[in-house]
Design a protein around this ligand. Structure first.
Ligand SMILES: [Cu+2]
Length: 152
């Protein structure tokens, strides 16, 4: 029993694996990833870091993917102690000179009408559309769900 637990922990720790990064104009998009979801879940969040190395603010206004029927930009808000997801009107702001983090419990790209359930180790394409930087295609890696195990 104990040996099994140690093995499970070791595999968790080794998960984050290789970082992948994409560039769109002044934007550097780091490690887009999604959580492996149960087969019954019709939605999934996509997370990444968007580092704006330029002098102008930008905005992530939309996204498309063959993996999803509909995609929205979301955040979480605290509604009397309950965390609820909200669509971010106008898109996710990417201020100049800052790294904007999309992470579990906060900002995320929300996929609806999932076409095919993604498993750990899968990846799927996502086209991000920025107001100024335009479109950039990234591959989203599907990882284990536990946010605590996702160290960067
Ligand atoms: Cu959401």
């Amino acid at each position: 029993m104990r040996k099994l637990a140690v093995l499970a922990l070791a595999s968790l720790l080794s998960l984050p694996a290789l970082a992948h990064e994409y560039t769109a104009g002044a934007l550097k998009i780091g490690h887009p990833w999604s959580r492996a979801m149960p087969a019954t879940s019709p939605t999934a969040g996509v997370f990444m870091t968007i580092n704006n190395t330029g002098k102008d603010a930008d905005k992530l206004i939309s996204a498309t993917s063959p993996q999803a029927g509909k995609i929205e930009m979301h955040t979480h808000v605290n509604d009397n102690g309950v965390m609820r997801m909200r669509e971010v009107a106008g898109g996710i702001a990417v201020p100049a000179g800052e790294a904007t983090k999309l992470a579990p419990g906060g900002l995320h790209v929300m996929l609806f009408d999932i076409k095919q359930q993604a498993k750990v180790g899968d990846k799927f394409p996502l086209v991000l559309k920025f107001e100024k930087a335009g479109e950039v295609k990234v591959d989203v890696k599907v990882e284990d769900g536990a946010p605590a195990a996702h160290a960067h």
